[in-house]
Design a protein around this ligand. Sequence first.
Ligand code: 3PG
Length: 208
Amino acid sequence: MDIAAIAARAPVIPVLTVERVADAVPLARALVAGGLPVLEVTLRTPAALDVVAAIDAGVPGAIVGAGTVLDAGQAVAARRAGARFGVSPGCTPTLIEATRSAGLSLLPGVQTVSEAMVLAEQGFRLLKFFPAEPSGGIGWLKSVAAPLPGLRFCPTGGISAGTAQAYLSLPNVACVGGSWVAPREAVVSGDWAAIERLAAAASRLNVR
Ligand code: 3PG
């Protein structure tokens, strides 16, 4: 699936850092039930690839991807585990080649205009803007809209329930990523109903 088509499925991509494989399916079910089918599982825990596989196999309607993909080995492992897309905090030519060879759609991260231009040359039209809040946030996105026509962004990093709509109201924002829809305390305590409520609120946000 094309990354733009994946990103068009919901206004918010939950960024999930999951420690226990047993949490994967109930967590993903709650998010999908709340209206957020596109899920990014960061490869930052030992359980991450098993979490991707569990969601892919056990949660109909979920479109699961791998986050924090840094190198070729992780791209291949993520694809094998069932990830439909990869997300990276930055990008390198090696990573682009590896994800293409693995058949993994990539949402590559940028923080600067030059990085965005390099990826546009490679054919990318949707980029992760990371880390969004510390890198200029809404002001940066407004400033690059005219100089970088044709590029859209998924800002991620420091976005909250309170700021997400302001990002989504920008014409060059396709969706936002964030961990606020799956707070660590709620995952640890298995409060899936709370996570479904957070997802439902996020799914009602409007993309311009
Ligand atoms: C991350 O790296 O975990 C993502 O950028 C999510 O950031 P957030 O926790 O600030 O939403």
